[in-house]
Design a protein around this ligand. Structure first.
Ligand SMILES: Nc1ncnc2c1ncn2[C@@H]1O[C@H](COP(=O)(O)OP(=O)(O)O)[C@@H](O)[C@H]1O
Ligand SMILES: [Mg+2]
Length: 261
């Protein structure tokens, strides 16, 4: 990893200015301006269809915005490819699973690490002292999967699969980690495990968490942005968000904790 200039180091992890994204006639995002400080844990809440995943896609570069600008760590990335943004330290998970059920946990992590280092698949069996193998063991510990390293992904519980997805995102050595509804579909006890895992992540990693589950979001976040109809409507710390009338009306009125697509 390379270190930026003084200006880049003090820059926010993410700065969006007037970001919009349109799909045909549908304005999925409009006039989104927000800053996430380096090292911050930010939760993004909002009803289904509010534009949360589209926001991630615009930040990661999977979709380009149709208006506005995206800056990562002081660099304007608005028209950069997803790969170029990965190299700046952006790693994300997806709302739907991207795992290969036939691989083991160790193989999945190893490939995620190698994929980042070499940009291609290397099928050879890793030696015991291979740095990527050592790193995959470390990540397995971070995400609570050290005891199931040799288990096939398909045999893991849903909660463990979600933990592995976080681990695979960590394999890219993120400076900015974006997690899209990591607690979706988890049981109460699985959510507790996931929350503890997120709280244990190194503080130098900036985390943006889209989460439907209020308990997970408010436990992990330093600040919360609530979105509705494609734009941020309220921002504050967790207790401000809980006390906010607008939030209670537009968000808490909906079925909180129930997973919507
Ligand atoms: N690739 C796409 N093509 C067309 N419409 C999309 C696409 N992705 C998202 N949308 C629409 O944009 C709006 C916001 O969706 P999304 O960002 O997935 O919301 P959230 O993640 O908050 O539930 C929705 O109306 C959705 O149908
Ligand atoms: Mg979504």
């Amino acid at each position: 990893m390379t270190f930026g200039t003084a200006a880049e180091v003090s820059a926010p992890a993410l700065r969006l200015q007037g970001v919009g994204r349109r799909f045909g006639a549908l304005q999925a995002l409009h006039d989104v301006s927000m800053e996430v400080a380096a090292g911050e844990r930010r939760a993004i809440l909002g009803p289904n269809g509010a534009g949360k995943t589209t926001l991630f896609n615009v930040v990661a570069g999977d979709f380009l915005p149709t208006s506005g600008s995206v800056e990562l760590f002081g660099t304007n990335v608005t028209s950069l490819t997803p790969y170029a943004r990965t190299r700046l330290g952006v790693c994300r998970t997806y709302q739907t699973s991207q795992l290969f059920m036939g691989l083991t946990v160790a193989q999945s992590l190893f490939l995620a690490i190698r994929g980042v280092q070499k940009g291609r698949f290397d099928p050879r069996r890793p030696k015991a002292d291979d740095p990527a193998r050592i790193r995959s063991t470390e990540i397995a510990e971070t995400v609570g999967l050290a005891s199931v390293l040799q288990a096939p992904v398909g045999s893991l519980s849903h909660g463990q699969q979600r933990q592995l997805e976080v681990g695979m995102a960590l394999a890219g050595n993120p400076r900015l980690l974006m997690l899209d509804e990591p607690a979706a579909g988890l049981s109460r006890s699985e959510r507790v495990v996931l929350t503890e895992l997120l709280l244990r992540l190194p503080r130098d990693i900036t985390v943006i968490l889209v989460e439907h589950d209020m308990d997970v979001a408010l436990a992990v976040a330093d600040r919360v942005t609530v979105m509705a109809e494609g734009t941020p409507i309220v921002e504050g710390n967790p207790s401000e968000i809980q006390a906010n009338r607008t939030v209670q009306d537009i968000y808490l009125g909906h079925a909180v904790g129930v997973h919507h697509g």
